[in-house]
Structures are given as structure tokens and as C-alpha cells.
Design a protein around this ligand. Structure first.
Ligand code: ATP
Ligand code: MG
Length: 252
């Protein structure tokens, strides 16, 4: 499997504090990677350095051999490296399908949305609707296609976020899980779809997940961070049996 993403010696400071402190790792195509570590250890900051929200002060980020360090987020997502986002409140009143369509880049989505009210659809609009409905099928969201997003469950919303990333042409997805918002059953549901997307579409995932006992079953490889640094990496078993990881979670 070829390497899709590589980060080398990445450092991100807030003032004098290094939230991400000299991190290097790489992801292979089609892998499901887990990023774990205690609250405040720098996971989200690292993902933000990869996706273009932050420009790291030091180090480099490579995607498919291109140096994308400091590149604008919209350019990075056009390359196929996409971070999912919680659906902003104005979009929650739109339906599942409409949320998929407005995610299409270059404002085409907006046109598609407006065109829902027009008598005839252009070919590009028809193909976007077709693609959206196929993806909703893969994500198990077809039954809620016409429901406003604010009526979906927490797990369904997460899957819709992934769907929106896929409408942007995502090949590598960075998924940041908010703390404690999802119960274990939904977590299983989300990961089983992540697995299916990897198997059917060959996607690569880097997932920040707090439900270790659930997520570990699905991960090919785990990175454990502590205080801005990469503590260790390996299989879920190797990482979670590492005394340093246990200490960093439970405290000394
Ligand atoms: N914009 C910011 N300005 C200043 N400090 C920040 C900023 N964002 C994050 N930090 C600090 O950087 C550190 C890492 O934060 P980050 O959000 O990356 O942690 P995390 O591992 O994602 O935590 P959690 O598991 O709680 O989501 C924390 O100490 C946090 O307070
Ligand atoms: Mg975080």
C-alpha cells in the first residue's frame, strides 16, 4: 500500500506553548488510523495543522508526495484530504439530501440547491443528486434523505458529515470526534460504515476517538499522543498495553 499522508517534525505553538511538539508519522492508503490521547494533548491541533486550518511553525505535511504545508484548506480539500465539520446550525434545517448537495465545492452546490425549485435540472445537477443518493445508500442514510438534519440522531449526523466530505471528493478523511457525545452503540455504527467506505471506496481515515474500547476493534494502527508529543504507535493491543499510555490516561 502506498503512503498517502506524511508529516515530518510538525510543531505548532500557541504563544510559547508547543501544543504539537515535533510530531512525525505517515498513513498508508486504505488504512484506518486512530489518534488517541488525554484531553488537551494536541490531537485537534495536529489535525488542524494537516487540514490547513493552522500553518505549523515548524515541519512539513505531505499529501501524495506534494508538500502542502501552509496551503489553504480549500486547496487541500480539492486534493482529496478533507476534515469533517459539525454541521453549522443554519444547515440543520435543510434535509439530509440538501446538506449533501450544498457540500459540493465551487459553489456548485448552492446552484444545485436553488435548482431544486427550478423545473429542469442540468446534467451536473442530476449527477450530483445521483452521487448523493448513492452515498446516502452506502452510509445507511437513505431512509432519512428527506428529513431535516436537526431530526437526525447524533450518529446519523456524524455519518452525514462524512457524506458531505465525500461529496467534496474526499479520499482521505480526518474525523474529529467530540468528547463523550456519542454512545458506544452509535460509535459501532459509525465505525462499521467507516470500514465499509474503506472496503468499497478505498478511503483512508484518521480518526480522533475517545471510545477506545470500541474504536480499537476497527483500527489498523493507533497513534498515542501526550502533551504535544507522539508517545507511541502500533496495533491497538500494543498501544493500549503500553504502560506509558496507561499512565498518560490515568495519571501518575
Ligand atoms: N486556539 C488556541 N489558542 C491557545 N491555546 C490553544 C488553542 N487551541 C488549543 N489550545 C491549547 O492547546 C492544547 C491542545 O489542544 P487540543 O484542542 O489540540 O487538544 P485535544 O487533544 O484535541 O483535546 P480534546 O481531547 O479535549 O479534544 C490545549 O492545552 C489547549 O488548551
Ligand atoms: Mg480535540
Amino acid at each position: 500500500m502506498s503512503e498517502v499522508l506524511k508529516i515530518e517534525n510538525v510543531r505548532k505553538y500557541f504563544g510559547k506553548f508547543a501544543a504539537v511538539d515535533d510530531i512525525s508519522f505517515s498513513l498508508k492508503e486504505g488504512g484506518i488510523y486512530l489518534l488517541v490521547g488525554p484531553n488537551g494533548c494536541g490531537k485537534t491541533t495536529l489535525v488542524n495543522c494537516i487540514s490547513g486550518i493552522y500553518n505549523p511553525e515548524e515541519g512539513n505535511v505531505y499529501y501524495r508526495d506534494a508538500d502542502i504545508t501552509g496551503e489553504a484548506m480549500y486547496k487541500i480539500s480539492r486534493r482529496g484530504l478533507v476534515r469533517t465539520f459539525q454541521i453549522a446550525s443554519p444547515f440543520l434545517s435543510l434535509t439530509t439530501l440538501e446538506n449533501m448537495l450544498v457540500a459540493v465545492p465551487k459553489n456548485a452546490g448552492e446552484n444545485i440547491f436553488l435548482s431544486l425549485f427550478k423545473p429542469s435540472w442540468m446534467d451536473s445537477e442530476v449527477s450530483a443528486v445521483k452521487q448523493a443518493s448513492e452515498l446516502l445508500g452506502v452510509l445507511g442514510l437513505k431512509h432519512v434523505w428527506n428529513m431535516p438534519a436537526n431530526t437526525l440522531s447524533g450518529g446519523e449526523l456524524k455519518l452525514l458529515e462524512i457524506g458531505r466530505a465525500l461529496m467534496c471528493g474526499a479520499e482521505t478523511i480526518l474525523l474529529d470526534e467530540p468528547v463523550g457525545s456519542i454512545d458506544p452503540k452509535l460509535c459501532h455504527q459509525i465505525f462499521s460504515h467507516v470500514l465499509r467506505l474503506r472496503d468499497e471506496l478505498g478511503l483512508t481515515f484518521l480518526v480522533i476517538e475517545h471510545r477506545l474500547e470500541v474504536a480499537a476493534q476497527y483500527a489498523d494502527h493507533v497513534f498515542a499522543m501526550d502533551r504535544g508529543k507522539l508517545l507511541t504507535e502500533g496495533t491497538a493491543e500494543e498501544v493500549f498495553e503500553d504502560p506509558r499510555v496507561i499512565t498518560s490516561y490515568l495519571g501518575e
